[in-house]
Write a new protein. Structure first.
Length: 158
């Protein structure tokens, strides 16, 4: 919980009816990632993508229908995300350090996203843990985005 200016941790989880191997492959292919990562109402564009420990990535998430009440972090309709892969454990875990390109200090700082893939009967339980979520991202919006992304991943790999 955020309090006294501290950043929070958000989580979301979903059972995906696909193997950990098929699910993991969707994370390390830029063509696949750009298809499922953007939450509903957004599209993606990848500028850099090196899926290895220490490898960099730079991705744009663009609102398909800009809305003045919901501006992007980088521009009116765009969030530019830069980061690096901290850890990749094949078929098990992806850890990313992420920053948003933004002038607003409420979106500053590095957020750590850990994607855990656990084999369970019927598929893979995928859990996203986002630590140090920038204070400018509301919990409600972030929860909606995380759950939308998980649903997109499920639709992509199932």
């Amino acid at each position: 919980m955020a309090g006294n200016g501290t950043k929070r941790t958000d989580r979301a989880s979903l059972l995906i009816k696909a193997s950990p191997r098929a699910t993991y492959r969707a994370f390390v292919s830029p063509d696949a990632l750009v298809e499922w990562l953007p939450p509903t109402g957004m599209k993606g564009e990848i500028f850099a993508f090196e899926p290895r420990a220490g490898g960099a990535f730079r991705i744009a998430l663009i609102y398909e229908a800009p809305d003045p009440s919901r501006a992007g972090k980088t521009s009116d309709d765009t969030d530019i995300v830069e980061g690096r892969f901290v850890e990749l454990v094949e078929n098990e875990r992806i850890v990313q350090a992420i920053t948003f390109e933004a002038d607003d200090p409420a979106f500053a700082g590095e957020m750590t996203m850990t994607w855990s893939l656990i084999a369970v009967p019927g598929g893979t339980e995928v859990t996203i843990t986002a630590k140090n979520v920038p204070t400018g991202i509301s919990k409600e919006d972030h929860d909606a985005g995380l759950n939308s992304t998980l649903a997109n991943l499920a639709a992509f790999v199932e």
